[in-house]
Design a protein around this ligand. Structure first.
Ligand code: UDP
Ligand code: MG
Length: 137
C-alpha cells in the first residue's frame, strides 16, 4: 500500500466537483483516508509550490491557489502515486487523455482542478505538511 497527496483546487471546489472527483478516485481503487476543506494561506501556497518559485507562472499560481477554498486529501492504495497521476491526466488539459479528471473538469493549465504528488518521497513531505498522523484513517 502506498499513499499520495491530493488537492482539489479552487476552480473545482467552486463548481461543486469534490464528489465527482472523489468518485473517479474511488473507482480507480484508491481510498480517501483523510480529507479537509481549507483556505491555503499565501505562505502555505508559496512553500507548497517552492520547487516552481523561479517559474514565470509562480505568482499567478500562488494567487490562484489562495483564491478560494481547496480540499486537501490523502489517498491510499496500490501504486497510489502513479495511479492517481494517471487518472488526473496531463498538466495541460488540452493534452489530457479522455476520461481523466483534468480532461473532464480543468478550465486551463493553471486552473486544472487537481494536484497529485509526483513521487512517493514528495507524497510523504506533502502529507506531513497538511495532516497529523492521527488524522489518517
Ligand atoms: N502551472 C501553470 N502553468 C504552467 C505549468 C503549471 O499555471 O505552465 C500550474 C498548474 O496549476 C500545475 C502547477 O502549476 O498543476 C504545478 O505544475 P507542475 O508542473 O508540477 O504540474 P502538475 O504536477 O500539477 O501536473
Ligand atoms: Mg507537480
Amino acid at each position: 500500500m502506498e499513499q499520495t497527496f491530493s488537492i482539489i483546487k479552487p476552480d473545482a471546489v467552486k463548481r461543486n466537483l469534490i464528489g465527482h472527483i472523489n468518485q473517479i478516485i474511488e473507482a480507480a481503487g484508491l481510498n480517501v483516508i483523510a480529507s479537509k476543506k481549507m483556505y491555503l494561506t499565501k505562505q502555505q501556497a508559496e512553500i507548497f509550490y517552492s520547487a516552481h518559485k523561479e517559474r514565470p507562472f509562480f505568482d499567478s499560481l500562488v494567487s490562484y491557489m489562495t483564491s478560494g477554498p481547496v480540499q486537501v486529501q490523502v489517498l491510499e492504495g496500490g501504486e497510489a502515486v502513479s495511479t492517481y497521476r494517471k487518472i488526473m491526466g496531463a498538466t495541460n488539459p488540452e493534452e489530457a487523455e479522455e476520461g481523466t479528471i483534468r480532461k473532464l473538469y480543468a478550465e486551463s493549465i493553471e486552473a486544472n482542478s487537481v494536484h497529485g504528488s509526483d513521487s512517493s518521497e514528495n507524497a510523504k513531505i506533502e502529507i506531513n505538511f497538511f495532516f497529523a498522523g492521527s488524522e489518517l484513517v
